[in-house]
Design a protein around this ligand. Structure first.
Ligand SMILES: CC(C)(COP(=O)(O)OP(=O)(O)OC[C@H]1O[C@@H](n2cnc3c(N)ncnc32)[C@H](O)[C@@H]1OP(=O)(O)O)[C@@H](O)C(=O)NCCC(=O)NCCSC(=O)C[C@H](O)C(=O)O
Ligand SMILES: [Mg+2]
Length: 351
């Protein structure tokens, strides 16, 4: 094992220096598209300005005989598209697949200067990140890439969940972690057949109220434990947590609920699999204007952030001040990218 002093040293001669802090860039929605699918690829220039992150997917949902088309499609799209300040990410194939080595070699050497983040699926432990970390450093050096490409892990195996803290801290390249509920369900032998979301059978029932009285049931969140654990691991290591995919494209209401649960627990974004999910993520992962106005009111009333004050009947102290700073800072960062949101925040403050 390397000394902790070497943590921030480049892993190959000529590779760019690792980042010391993960740069926060808005990433409310990571929009997935298949770069080998001509219809989807044609929509990329129009979608780019409407999303925070565009992700060219090479892994699951791309058929085995379309892997090379997806890879070369992504190279061509990256070279010919003006992404503005929208980030370009990719999801490569899993580390045990026959495609991943060519994915990494091709993408870093051909379009390494365009790629912000590489998402690695089915990460099981720190050793998976160490492998990718060293290989990326070698390829960046070979290709003359000037800034390090960051790494994002998908939490989608039981072993990965068991090792989530060591994954989060495995490398200064670690940008964040997404929940992958579909693969995780299979790995855990859960009895669901869905991509994220709830299940009507996972419920609690109220106590008996008397003979023949109906008893209410309350559906529970299958993903609460894993998301909370992932959020803690990410926060402890200064990286960003994300909810992943919601597969019931038509159920926009439940998608919004799932995204909001993740937002409230600390996630900064989710995946959009279809254009209809882009605005849902934008709405949910941008703090509501009224909440931002409230946060600013508390911050203003709290002065140096110590002591206790009463606002509208609610006690505020150092801890609520810190929560309000989280909301206000996120609002500032999103407003800098999104003028409509900036206007909505300014209007709410005047009310
Ligand atoms: C889910 C889809 C297969 C649905 O596609 P389609 O049947 O074509 O839907 P529509 O007819 O409603 O589409 C309308 C038009 O929009 C285009 N479209 C659809 N999706 C996208 C997109 N993501 N980006 C850009 N454009 C898109 C269609 O081509 C239609 O165009 P037109 O005919 O010209 O009007 C499809 O949405 C899809 O494949 N989405 C991505 C799926 C994906 O990436 N899945 C992998 C991620 S989830 C996962 O891997 C699980 C995870 O790892 C885990 O373990 O949990
Ligand atoms: Mg998966």
């Amino acid at each position: 094992m390397r000394s902790p002093k070497d943590f921030f040293r480049p892993l190959a001669v000529g590779a760019p220096a690792p980042v010391r802090e993960v740069p926060f860039r808005p990433s409310r929605m990571i929009h997935f598209f298949d770069p080998g699918n001509e219809k989807m690829a044609a929509k990329v220039p129009a979608i780019a300005p409407t999303v925070d992150v565009l992700l060219g997917n090479l892994e699951d949902a791309v058929a085995a005989d379309r892997k090379e088309a997806a890879r070369s499609g992504l190279v061509s799209i990256a070279r010919t598209t003006d992404f503005g300040d929208t980030q370009l990410w990719t999801r490569v194939n899993s580390l045990d697949s026959p495609w991943v080595l060519d994915d990494l070699v091709t993408l870093v050497t051909e379009i390494g200067d365009k790629l912000d983040v590489i998402m690695v699926p089915k990460v099981e432990g720190a050793e998976d990140i160490h492998y990718v970390d060293r290989l990326l450093a070698q390829l960046e050096a070979k290709a003359g890439v000037q800034r390090p490409i960051l790494v994002h892990a998908i939490l989608e195996t039981a072993t990965g969940v068991a090792n989530v803290e060591e994954i989060a801290g495995a490398s200064p390249r670690m940008q964040g972690i997404s929940l992958g509920p579909a693969d995780l369900a299979a790995s855990r032998r859960m009895k669901t057949t869905r991509v994220g979301g709830g299940h009507p059978g996972y419920l609690v029932r109220e106590d008996p109220r008397g003979e023949d009285q109906p008893r209410a049931t309350y559906q529970q969140d299958l993903w609460h434990y894993t998301i909370a654990r992932m959020v803690d691991a990410c926060a402890a290591h200064g990286i960003l947590p994300y909810y992943g995919p919601f597969g019931d494209i038509r159920d926009t209401v439940a998608c919004e609920d799932q995204f909001r649960n993740a937002f409230l627990l600390g996630c900064v974004g989710a995946w959009s699999l279809h254009p209809v999910q882009i605005d849902i993520a934008k709405k949910v992962f941008s703090p509501a204007p009224a909440d931002v106005a409230w946060a600013r009111k508390v911050i203003a009333a709290m002065g140096d952030g110590t002591g206790a004050v009463m606002i509208d009947g609610k006690m505020q102290d150092d801890a609520t001040y810190k929560q309000c700073q989280v909301v206000a800072r996120l609002a500032d960062e999103l407003a800098a990218r999104d003028p409509e949101l900036a206007d909505a925040y300014a209007a709410a403050e005047k009310e």
